[in-house]
Unconditional design. Structure first.
Length: 453
């Protein structure tokens, strides 16, 4: 391959490592993306001077055959032919370079998206460096401060309850527990007098289930059940054990619920992204179908092995590369061999099929994409609220499937179970729209638009 050099320094672009892409993603990703893009859009050969000369003399011969033509006139009139050839080659190279650049950026972005940030506990030196008491260091080089910002600003508070000594909360957790119990108040009851003969409360905790454990400054403890009755002996230990077990169960359920909700929201975001990709994919497949039906692009085993001369066939090859990029970007983690790349391209659009068979393949592919798109969109909307889990979605999906099966069974019995996705023009014109429900009417209207009716 001829070396391409840039600028007065004569820099060889084949020796650059990542280049400007280094600012977009890592060196390894830049190299992988560039390698795949070079396979999709290889460097084009330089214009052939012999081809330009042939164009010139062929045009000169054509003009010289005209009545009244002279040698000089034919030569001058033929100069445009090699110029057109050179300009076409120049334009082809510019388009190839631009497509290679865009493919590199697209693939690099897709590969970069697979990187995940990992975390490790921060060292004492790192905690001191960032002025924190707790934190983590991420693989992205950032420090994540986990210091509790609220504990240092808390002021102790006193709570009152008829028949009990005042309780002093020394920390925010104890204060929140007392505030959650309606039987305790920060306002002393009417006629309240502090009993100095009673030992001052050091701390008090309200356990799950309403059990209150009060610790006095002299070391004695008092345990009350949810009704306010003081417990003694084994009943004290039994009540505390049950409350602690209940607390563990609640915390486990809360942690599991938060984790499930986080997974559900992340799944929703990913589904929305996949819907966007599916829509783009359907638009590209529709363009491929148009190139075959309206512009006569050639396909088939023989056409797939020969150079592309027809504009519509060249455009179809470009569409195939675009679809292939989606396949490569979704699965690759490194450079592909030529065989693997061809497999990805043929998976995206099998141009070795005949025109008729390829159009049928595209129609079925679009129908499958639309069904997947409908499923992903419904899933994304259902899970995006933040209060649903994947288990909730699977139950919802199963209920929807049962409803669809019931509706289709009713339609089959009434003879109106139409499949509009591939229905031909002559059959769809015979449908009595008064017999369609709202869902069927939407599909009928969409098919009519596709058929240009």
């Amino acid at each position: 391959m001829a070396e391409t050099k840039l600028g007065v320094s004569g820099t060889n672009v084949n020796q650059l490592s990542g280049g400007a892409f280094g600012n977009l993603f890592s060196q390894d990703i830049a190299n992988q993306a560039s390698s795949i893009a070079n396979q999709l859009y290889p460097q084009l050969p330089e214009p052939d001077p012999w081809e330009a000369a042939f164009q010139f003399f062929a045009e000169m011969g054509r003009q010289a055959s005209q009545p009244g033509a002279t040698v000089l006139g034919s030569a001058v009139g033929s100069m445009q032919a090699p110029l057109d050839y050179l300009n076409a080659k120049k334009k082809e190279k510019a388009e190839s370079d631009r497509a290679r650049m865009q493919s590199t950026i697209s693939l690099g972005t897709a590969l970069k998206g697979k990187d995940k940030i990992t975390y490790r506990p921060a060292t004492d030196a790192e905690l001191a460096q960032y002025g924190a008491t707790a934190g983590q260091m991420g693989s992205d080089g950032k420090f994540y401060d986990l210091t509790d910002k609220t504990s240092s600003t808390f002021k102790e508070r006193k709570f009152y309850k008829v028949g009990f000594p005042a309780a002093v909360a020394k920390n925010k957790a104890d204060a929140d527990a007392f505030e959650a119990d309606d039987t305790w108040s920060t306002i002393p009851p009417e006629g309240w007098e502090d009993d100095t003969s009673v030992t001052e409360v050091q701390s008090s905790s309200i356990l799950d289930g309403g059990v209150v454990v009060t610790v006095m400054k002299d070391g004695t403890t008092k345990v009350l059940d949810a009704a306010g009755n003081e417990l003694e002996g084994d009943k004290r230990a039994e009540a505390i054990a049950k409350a602690e077990d209940r607390g563990i169960q609640i915390q486990t359920e809360r942690a599991g619920g938060r984790r499930a909700a986080t997974i559900a929201v992340n799944t929703s975001l990913k589904a929305f992204d996949e819907v966007s990709k599916s829509r783009s994919n359907i638009a590209t497949l529709t363009e491929a179908k148009r190139l075959i039906l309206e512009e006569g692009a050639n396909t088939g085993v023989i056409a797939d092995r020969l150079p592309n001369w027809k504009a519509s066939t060249i455009a179809l090859e470009t569409v195939k590369n675009e679809l292939g990029l989606d396949v490569v970007g979704s699965v690759t983690f490194g450079a592909l061999s030529e065989g693997e790349l061809n497999l990805a391209l043929n998976t995206a659009l099998p141009t070795n099929l005949s025109e008729e068979d390829l159009v049928d393949w595209i129609d079925r592919k679009i129908v499958a994409q639309q069904k997947l798109q409908d499923y992903l969109y419904a899933q994304a909307r259902f899970l995006s609220s933040g209060d649903k889990t994947l288990a909730d979605w699977y139950d919802e999906a199963e209920a929807r499937k049962e409803e669809r099966d019931r509706t289709e069974a009713e339609r089959r019995q009434s003879g109106t179970n139409y499949n509009f996705t591939t229905m031909p023009k002559e059959k769809i014109l015979q449908i009595d729209i008064d017999t369609l429900d709202s869902d069927q009417f939407d599909k009928w209207e969409k098919r009519m638009d596709e058929l240009g009716l």
